[in-house]
Design a protein around this ligand. Structure first.
Ligand code: FPP
Length: 252
């Protein structure tokens, strides 16, 4: 059986889906002799600015990595402070996001989160579900491998129940079963804080993403830095395995 050749999405110089690994809060605080929690608070401000920036530019999806499956291994006090911060942020920002027509969605293992936070998450999702502007995905207790295993398990369950046959499992069906089902692949990944790795973020959706790494610590990531990332994206030629000549010969 020959492998199908994927079709190339129409060329666009504006990303549809931007994903961000917001790294550097702790180091930002350390540099100021402040507790790490102060870095996370400052990080929330930077996230708010980025959401406004992306919403104004009609980006369809923005996915922020707020807490990874691996972050549970941090000291207990830091994890507790982060969870409290998330509850506060939800309380404070949900109104504003709703007024700005943002649709909020959470991805990750909710079973591992506290009931207070899950309640806020459910409320915010319900409240904003019919909004038509930016879709803001917040990844909490999320891991890319976890997501893939969950989707595989869900599909296996459907096969067992007779609602799916193995032949109907393809990339499209699989992507729909992942946590971000309905969102296009990530076009642009931004990672701040100087590290150049993916850290088990959206493994499936990053397959063809352009990767923008910045040394800026997350609390200092401003609209100017976001504009720089978008300019970087605009300058890329996305080849999806083809040659540059093939793409140039292709009618627009
Ligand atoms: C990385 O900094 C950041 C996190 C672990 C996640 C916390 C992110 C926020 C509070 C910002 C936005 C929040 C929401 C709800 C959208 P780090 O602690 O790994 O920094 P370090 O590498 O300098 O130690």
């Amino acid at each position: 059986m020959s492998t199908p050749i994927p079709s190339i999405p129409a060329p666009r110089n504006v990303p549809r889906h931007v994903a961000v690994i917001m790294d550097g809060n702790g180091r930002w605080a350390n540099l100021r002799a402040m507790p790490r929690q102060a870095g996370h608070k400052a990080g929330v401000k930077a996230a708010r600015q980025l959401v406004e920036y992306m919403a104004e530019r009609s980006i369809e999806c923005l996915t922020l990595f707020a807490f990874s499956s691996e972050n549970w291994a941090r000291p207990r006090e830091e994890v507790g402070a982060l969870m409290t911060l998330f509850v506060e942020v939800m309380k404070r920002e949900a109104d504003n996001l709703h007024k700005n027509n943002v649709r909020l969605r959470f991805i990750g293992n909710r079973d591992s989160l506290g009931s207070r936070l899950v309640k806020r998450i459910d409320e915010a999702e319900q409240r904003t579900r019919d909004n038509t502007g930016l879709q803001l995905n917040v990844a909490m207790a999320y891991g890319g491998r976890w997501d893939i295993v969950e989707a595989a398990r869900a599909m296996a369950e459907q096969v067992r129940n007779g609602v799916l046959t193995p032949e109907r499992i393809d990339e499209t069906a699989f992507a729909e079963t992942l946590e971000l089902g309905g969102c296009p692949d990530v076009d642009l990944l931004i990672r701040t804080g100087g590290e150049k790795r993916i850290s088990n973020f959206l493994l499936w959706h990053l397959a063809y993403a352009e990767l923008f790494f910045s040394d800026v610590l997350w609390p200092e990531f401003s609209s100017e830095h976001a504009a720089e990332a978008i300019r970087f994206f605009e300058a890329r030629q996305r080849r999806y395995g083809r040659t540059g000549d093939q793409l140039e010969a292709q009618p627009c």
